[in-house]
Design a protein around this ligand. Sequence first.
Ligand code: 5GP
Length: 207
Amino acid sequence: MRKGRLIVISGPSGVGKGTVVKGVLARDPKTWLSVSATTRAMRPGETDGVQYRFVSKEQFERMIDEGKFLEHACYVGNYYGSPLEPIEQRLADGFDVLLEIDVQGGLQILERRPDAVSVFIAAPSFEVLAARLRGRGDTAEAAVAGRLEAAKREYRIAPQYRYLIVNDRLEDAVNDVCAILRAEELRTNNQTELLKEANNHALSPDE
Ligand code: 5GP
């Protein structure tokens, strides 16, 4: 059976990664989104176990010690991490697993899983990003400033990602991610079984 691929999606807070990811999940039934654990406070409208698993700092540190994370990072004062076991399970089931994570986590994945597909989502401009963060209304001004500082650091790491998408029109960005997934599927090194079979035929004496 086909084994799934690990897809890292990063980009500054406010760039609309979450909405792009939702669009991809709705379009492609072979994709699954990893639910991260975090120590940050729950925002209005969020539910434990849906957007995140909300845990205490002590619980998170215990999970680090027990090797429960594929990657983890501290982002603007809070821990975030991708739980390893459900990810491995879904990959084995043939799903493409989407990790919507910051660049520190993204770099850990690129090092540990060189086969992972990495996509950086950028805003059309820094001004658009700042306006989107303020307009979201769920993040205090001090936190907005912290996230903009983090965004500058994230853009510096963007060239290490395999793909870059500008999220100007949502529909275009979703199409772009789906196109990347399809192109990755068609890469020859992802179709070794088919090539092996073709080679066997080529070697058989009666053809
Ligand atoms: P937020 O607090 O706005 O939900 O997320 C803040 C940042 O943390 C975003 O850039 C988001 O992609 C990132 N993030 C969410 N989950 C994880 C995770 O499991 N690992 C890492 N490294 N970053 C994460």
